[in-house]
Design a protein around this ligand. Structure first.
Ligand SMILES: Cc1ncc(COP(=O)(O)O)c(C=O)c1O
Length: 357
């Protein structure tokens, strides 16, 4: 079957040599070769995330670690910032785990306002906040620095951040921004096959976790830190994924971090300009995502047909709008392995199909 190049917001394209790295023969996960692998990958992640703190690996998709963050970090009540499907999911996970939670919801296409978070935290009701940096459902990227400034005013409130579709596409200076948990599945801007999640955990989140009863077992962050001390994961990890991550981090660092962040910005600017000239942007001005563009379908295009034509003629896949935005928007991902030239070519193909220039 012909491979259809992925321009959907995850999973993204994986380089052939990275796929090949997954075929390395197995070793025992408590044995020296694995410990060497783990301790080789860890500093690369710390470098790319600008942190000296803990970076853990979970053999799960990102939602598993979202649940883990809730179970480990919420003792009292959580304020869930909701601006789309994935931030809504975090609210639902909190309720599903029996935690008290209140949504602070804004209209899809908008970003949660740090000052509104501040106002709600001032009530003293909460000991954690959930937030999605880059809402993949709407193409909105929130203000991480602004949120971080507010969170610093509340040292007893933990800041739980989903960077699923921004980590490795955008500069995330963890030690400066100080999220207590910051997580990402590797199937987005890391450009790796799905099934592994990278996450940072702060010292105060670990201290909190120790005091929270019934924080679960598979995602017990305290257990993660104990095994991390030994260069291991608590349970048997997807060793193949960690080999691929090791190699992909080499590629990312070889590209150069600043070069990588600039490449992503350039792709975002190209796509936004293109979309503004021919269609419209769904994200509120100033909140447009750097890693994907959600195009508002103001011309009443048949989005399904557009996606099918792209697939049939050019062997590429594009993302339809998410959930209630299906057919009202379409999403173009520009993250991970994608180059400016590939994006430019894709946009030209869309113009050809839609007869717009
Ligand atoms: C922002 C965001 N958060 C969470 C998730 C859920 O990730 P996973 O499917 O890896 O559990 C996604 C998936 O697309 C996402 O885009």
């Amino acid at each position: 079957m012909a491979h259809k190049k992925l321009f959907i917001p995850g999973p993204t394209e994986v380089a052939p040599e990275i796929l090949a790295a997954m075929g390395v023969p197995m070793v025992g996960h408590r044995d020296k070769p694995f410990i060497e692998l783990y301790t080789r990958v860890r500093p690369k992640l710390q470098q790319a995330l600008y942190t000296k703190g803990r970076v853990f690996l979970s053999t799960s998709s990102a939602s598993g670690v979202m649940e883990g963050a809730i179970r480990n970090c919420v003792g009292k009540r959580v304020l869930a910032c909701v601006s789309g499907a994935f931030s809504e999911r975090w609210y639902e996970i909190a309720l599903a785990n029996g935690k008290g939670a209140d949504p602070y919801a804004v209209e899809w296409g908008q970003a949660n306002a740090p000052e509104e978070v501040d106002r709600r935290l001032a009530t003293g009701k909460y000991d954690a906040v959930t937030w999605v940096h880059n809402e993949t459902s709407t193409g909105v990227m929130g203000d991480f620095s602004g949120m971080s400034r507010v969170m610093q005013k509340y040292p007893d409130v933990l800041f739980l951040v989903d960077t699923v579709s921004s980590m490795m596409g955008v500069k995330l200076e963890i030690d400066l921004l100080k999220p207590d948990v910051c997580l990402a599945g590797v199937q987005k801007a890391f450009s790796l096959p799905p099934g592994l999640t990278v996450f940072t955990v702060s010292a105060r989140a670990l201290e909190r976790a120790k005091t929270v009863p019934h924080r679960g077992s598979y995602f017990d962050f305290v257990k993660f830190s104990e095994f991390d001390d030994k260069g291991q994961t608590p349970e048997t990890p997807s060793i193949s994924h960690i080999h691929a991550l090791d190699k992909q981090m080499d590629r990312i660092l070889a590209e150069g971090l600043e070069t990588r962040w600039t490449r992503h910005l350039e792709m975002a600017r190209l796509c936004r300009t293109w979309a503004r000239e021919r269609h419209a942007l769904f994200a509120a001005p100033g909140s447009e995502s750097v890693t994907l563009t959600t195009v508002k379908n103001i011309r009443n295009l048949d989005v399904g047909k557009l996606i099918k034509s792209l697939s049939d003629k050019h062997d590429v896949t594009l993302g339809n709008g998410y959930g209630k935005l299906k057919d009202k928007t379409f999403r173009i991902a520009h993250m991970g392995e994608t180059s400016l030239q590939e994006l430019r070519t894709l946009l030209g193909w869309i113009d050809d199909i839609t007869n717009l220039k």
